[in-house]
Write a protein that binds this ligand. Structure first.
Ligand SMILES: *Cc1c(COP(=O)(O)O)cnc(C)c1O
Length: 398
């Protein structure tokens, strides 16, 4: 294709290109175009379950209220913020001030993308888990900062090792992002680790931003803790949370940031300049979700579905010789690939021979090499078909 358009996009854009995701999609379309069989996509991390009828009812009610059509505010309605306060107290026994310690977000992605804009100048360093959720890297690139990756390795239970961070990096680091339960590695936090984080952050004067998108999506009775439960955490930290996964409301774009008011403030200023907040009807639906959750814990969700899928997939793959750990939380499985492959070759070959999409681990950072991420976003019968196809592809025994 030739074009006479010669104006170049900004250099910042280069920090955003997720070449692997693009390539995976291109190849998926190619395989689909052959029309031999349907491609099963276990790549995307978007919940396939609807929200509870009660939430949809609250939303449709709020949509019919004429009062909900003015501009909202970027910090969120007082009602929304007060409900988050009560939910955080109920769920984690964390006390928050609804006036200053909560900021509504158009999905936590909004805040994850913009927090660095408020804190990072060129030359500042952000400590980012590797592998990590792509926006952590992209937000630093957009702010002109530098990423220092914190390797998450199996031998360290997928926790960063602060002892490995050189003195000079500690000095220049201003912000650290953490995420437990983790996407993509599906690990949960170990007892005592958040205490270690608080001590390290205080000693080195580093802001901690904990992404807790999967706080409710856990199995076998496990209840992930809030970072803000840790003594001293609110002095140096904030936490992102979201209704996307917890209440199957991903398309509603509703989340929030809670914690230290000084850390929140610059983001609030930026947001008051670039958006006017979440549609009030959506905030009402979020209020209904949290309220119902406090009154009838667990009823809003249907996470046994993911647990059952996890067991079917992992047990089934194990039977045909591919072994992986059962995660205690998230809707992902972080699977070590058989020896002799790179993550990309394995994922591309799996797509080619089995018609199954998974994400190569290196799409999430250098340390993701050697793994693929499998999302549990299809029903059990489809996962059984995945196992059958993988077996027939003979990819496990080349
Ligand atoms: C899904 C996800 C988010 C984004 O959530 P939204 O609130 O929908 O923007 C944030 N962090 C992680 C780790 C996620 O997997």
């Amino acid at each position: 294709m030739t074009t006479s358009f010669t104006i170049q996009p900004s250099k910042r854009l280069a920090g955003l290109t997720s070449a692997i995701f693009t390539e995976m999609n291109r190849r998926k379309r190619e395989v689909e175009a052959r029309g031999e069989r349907e491609v099963i996509d276990l790549g995307i991390g978007s919940p396939d379950q609807p929200p509870s009828p009660l939430i949809m009812e609250a939303l449709s009610h709020a949509v019919r209220n004429p009062d909900n059509y003015g501009y909202p505010t970027s910090e969120g309605s007082l009602r929304f913020r007060e409900t988050v306060t009560r939910w955080y107290d109920h769920r984690f026994h964390v006390k928050l001030d609804p006036e200053h310690e909560i900021l509504s977000l158009m999905g936590s992605q909004d805040g994850l993308a913009h927090l660095a804009q408020g804190w990072i100048d060129p030359g500042d360093i952000v400590l980012v888990p590797d592998p990590g959720y792509p926006i952590y890297f992209a937000s630093v690139a957009l702010a002109g900062g530098e990423v220092y990756p914190l390797p998450l390795r199996e031998e360290n239970d997928f926790l960063p090792d602060f002892g490995q961070i050189p003195e000079e990096i500690r000095r220049r680091a201003k912000l650290m992002v953490l995420n437990y339960p983790n996407n993509p590695v599906a690990a949960t936090v170990k007892e005592g680790f958040f205490e270690e984080v608080v001590a390290f952050a205080r000693e080195n004067q580093i802001i901690v931003a904990h992404d807790q998108a999967y706080s409710e999506l856990a199995f076998n009775g496990y209840r992930p803790p809030s970072f803000l439960e840790t003594p001293g955490a609110k002095d140096i930290g904030v936490e992102f949370n979201s209704l996307s996964k917890s209440f199957n409301m991903a398309g509603c774009r509703v989340g929030y940031l809670v914690g230290n008011r000084e850390i929140i403030r610059p983001l609030a200023v930026i947001k008051s300049n670039i958006d006017y907040g979440i549609f009030l009807a959506v905030q009402e639906a979020a209020v209904a979700a949290m309220e119902h959750d406090m009154n009838h814990p667990g009823e809003n969700r249907n996470f046994e579905v993911y647990e059952q899928r996890r067991d079917v997939l992992i047990d089934g793959l194990s039977e045909i010789g591919w072994h992986m750990t059962k995660p205690k939380a998230t809707m992902f499985v972080w699977a070590k690939i058989p020896a002799g492959w790179t993550s990309e070759d394995f994922a591309f070959t799996l797509l080619e021979k089995a018609g199954v999409v998974v994400i190569p681990g290196n799409a999430f950072g250098k340390e993701g090499e050697g793994y693929v991420r499998i999302a549990l976003v299809k029903p059990v019968d489809v996962l059984k078909e995945v196992i059958r196809r993988i077996k027939e592809s003979r990819i496990l025994s080349p």
